[in-house]
Design a protein around this ligand. Structure first.
Ligand SMILES: NC(=O)c1ccc[n+]([C@@H]2O[C@H](COP(=O)([O-])OP(=O)(O)OC[C@H]3O[C@@H](n4cnc5c(N)ncnc54)[C@H](O)[C@@H]3O)[C@@H](O)[C@H]2O)c1
Length: 472
C-alpha cells in the first residue's frame, strides 16, 4: 500500500463527513435543546426519503448565486449539482461593487469580511437567502434581512471536532511541558527533565460546558485513559463513563485539568477568576478555547506565578486583533506581555476551529441548508427566522404544492391565510414566529397550474405579506 499524504487522507475523511453532515456534526444534538442544530420538532419522518419529490419552484439554472471570500469548494460542488449559476470570487468586494452584484442574485455566500448592512441589503431585490460560511453572523443585519424575507444560515458546529482535538493536544503538551522544552531546544539549550512531567492516563479532566465541543472531548479524553467529569447548567446524558457533577466548585476541586467550553453569556463572563482558581488543585492546569471573556487573565497570571496553576493554554482573548501581525502586545490587552513571559503556557491565535476539515464541513453544512431552503422552504438552522420543516412531498404526489408565506407577526393573519387556502386540501401545515416575523409552510394536494397563481396572488395581496413562494 503506497503511503498517503495528509491531504489525501483529509479528502477521504471529507467524503465520509459529507454523508453525515446533513444531520449534525455532534453526537449530542439529540439531547441539546438550547443551541441544538435540529429542534425536536424535526422528527425522523421529515428527512427526505428515497421517494421524496424534489420541489423545483423555478428552473434551477435561473437561480443566481454570488459566492465571495473563497467559500469552500464543497459548497460550489453542491450548488453546481443543482444546476445553479454560480459567480465565485476569492475575496470580498468593495461596497459599491457588492451593491451592483447583489441587485439580481437569489443567494449570496460570504464569510466574515463582507458586511451585509441595511444599505447593501436594501439593493438586493431578489435575495432569498444569505449563507454565512463561518461561525459568526454579526456581519449581517439579521433583523433587516428577516423583515425582508431573507433567511440567514451559518455553521456554528462544523468545527467542534477541530477544537476538541486541539484541546487533547494541549492536555498532553502541558502535562509534559512540551512547548517549553521545544522552545529551549530551538534556542540551542538541551534541558532533559522529568520532574513535574506527567502521563495523562488516570488523571481527571473537568469539562465546563458539555455541548458540541465538550462532548467530543469527553469521548477522546476517555479513550486515552482519563476520568471525565463535567459541569453544565442543564442535565445532560453522559457519554461513556463520564459523570456530571452538580456544581462548578466540585468540578474545580476534583480535576487535574479544567477545560472551558461554554458560550459567551452574561453568566459566563469572568466565570474563572481568583476565587475559582484558588479552588483548583495545586499544580493543575487550565485550558480556555471558548471565549476570551470567560477567564480573568490577570488572576490567571497570579495563579501561575504562585505555582497553583502549573500550566495553561489559551486560544481566545478579551481583545483579539482583526488581522495577522505583531499585535499581541500591552496595547491590545494590558497584561499581554506579562502573560507571554510565563512558563508552560500555550498561547494560540484563536485557531481552535481552523482546519481544512472544518472549512470543508462548513461548506457542506451551509451549502446544504441553502439548497434545502431554496428548493423546499425548510428553515432549520436559520439564525433569523423561526425554524420550520414539513415531511417531504412524495414522488407520486405530482399535483402537490408547498406554500411558503413569510409575514409580519400580527393578530389575524393566519385567519386571512386560511380563508385563501380554505377551498383546497391542506395536507400539512406549520407556522411559527420569531420576533416580528412569522413563517408558514403548507402542503396542498391537487392544485392545478392556474390555481397556483390564484393562491400566490391572494397571499401576496395580504397587508402582512413579506414574501410568498409556491414550490411545486
Ligand atoms: N476556539 C475556537 O476556535 C472556537 C471554535 C468553536 C467554538 N468556540 C467556542 O466554544 C464554546 C463552546 O462551543 P460549543 O459549540 O460546544 O457550544 P454548545 O452550545 O454546543 O455548548 C455549550 C454548553 O455550555 C453549557 N452552558 C451554558 N452556560 C453555562 C454555564 N454558565 N455553566 C456551565 N455550562 C454552561 C450549555 O448548556 C451547553 O451545553 C463557545 O463559546 C464557542 O464560541 C471556540
Amino acid at each position: 500500500m503506497p503511503p498517503k499524504d495528509i491531504v489525501g487522507r483529509a479528502v477521504d475523511g471529507l467524503e465520509a463527513m459529507a454523508n453525515t453532515l446533513s444531520i449534525s456534526t455532534s453526537p449530542t444534538n439529540t439531547f441539546h435543546s438550547p443551541g441544538s442544530y435540529f429542534p425536536s420538532s424535526m422528527g425522523r419522518n421529515t428527512r427526505p426519503t428515497k421517494s421524496a419529490r424534489q420541489l423545483k419552484p423555478f428552473n434551477t439554472e435561473d437561480i443566481k448565486i454570488l459566492l465571495l471570500e473563497n467559500v469552500n469548494e464543497t459548497a460550489l460542488e453542491i450548488f453546481r449539482k443543482q444546476g445553479y449559476q454560480v459567480e465565485f470570487h476569492k475575496s470580498s468586494l468593495p461596497e459599491d461593487q457588492l451593491i451592483q452584484k447583489i441587485k439580481d442574485v437569489h443567494v449570496i455566500g460570504i464569510r466574515s469580511k463582507t458586511k451585509l448592512t441595511e444599505r447593501v441589503l436594501s439593493e438586493a431585490k431578489n435575495l432569498l437567502v444569505i449563507g454565512c460560511f463561518c461561525i459568526g453572523t454579526n456581519q449581517v443585519d439579521l433583523e433587516y434581512a428577516a423583515k425582508h424575507g431573507m433567511a440567514v444560515f451559518n455553521s456554528p458546529f462544523s468545527n467542534s471536532r477541530s477544537v476538541a482535538e486541539l484541546v487533547i493536544g494541549e492536555i498532553i503538551s502541558l502535562a509534559r511541558q512540551l512547548t517549553d522544552r521545544s522552545m529551549e531546544l530551538h534556542q540551542g539549550r538541551w534541558n532533559k527533565v522529568s520532574a513535574k512531567c506527567w502521563e495523562i492516563r488516570g488523571k481527571t479532566l473537568g469539562i465546563v460546558g458539555y455541548g458540541h465541543i465538550g462532548a467530543q472531548l469527553s469521548v477522546l479524553a476517555e479513550s486515552m485513559g482519563m476520568a471525565v467529569r463535567y459541569y453544565d447548567v442543564v442535565p445532560i446524558m453522559a457519554l461513556g463513563t463520564a459523570r456530571q457533577v452538580p456544581t462548578l466548585d466540585e468540578l474545580l476541586q476534583q480535576s487535574d485539568f479544567v477545560t472551558l467550553h461554554v458560550p459567551e453569556l452574561p453568566e459566563t463572563r469572568n466565570m474563572i477568576g481568583e476565587k475559582q482558581l484558588n479552588q483548583m488543585k495545586k499544580g493543575s492546569y487550565l485550558i480556555n478555547a471558548s471565549r476570551g471573556s470567560v477567564v480573568v487573565i490577570p488572576d490567571l497570571i497570579n495563579a501561575m506565578k504562585s505555582g497553583r496553576i502549573a500550566g495553561a493554554a489559551l486560544d481566545v482573548y478579551p481583545n483579539e486583533p482583526a488581522a495577522n501581525g505583531d499585535f499581541f502586545t500591552n496595547d491590545l490587552n494590558t497584561w499581554a506581555e506579562d502573560l507571554r513571559s510565563l512558563k508552560n503556557i500555550i498561547l494560540t491565535p484563536h485557531i481552535g476551529g481552523s482546519t481544512e476539515e472544518a472549512q470543508s464541513a462548513i461548506g457542506v453544512e451551509v451549502g446544504e441548508a441553502i439548497v434545502r431552503y431554496a428548493n423546499e422552504g425548510v428553515t432549520i438552522g436559520a439564525v433569523n427566522m423561526p425554524e420550520c420543516t414539513l415531511r417531504s412531498i412524495d414522488f407520486e404526489q405530482t399535483n402537490h404544492i408547498r406554500v411558503i408565506f413569510i409575514h409580519h407577526n400580527k393578530p389575524g393573519v393566519l385567519r386571512q391565510v386560511n380563508s385563501i387556502l380554505a377551498d383546497h386540501n391542506v395536507e400539512k401545515q406549520i407556522s411559527d414566529s420569531r420576533g416580528d416575523v412569522a413563517y408558514m409552510m403548507a402542503d396542498i394536494s391537487d392544485v392545478q397550474e392556474e390555481e397556483r397563481k390564484e393562491i400566490n396572488d391572494g397571499l401576496e395581496s395580504l397587508g402582512a405579506c413579506i414574501l410568498t413562494r409556491i414550490l411545486f
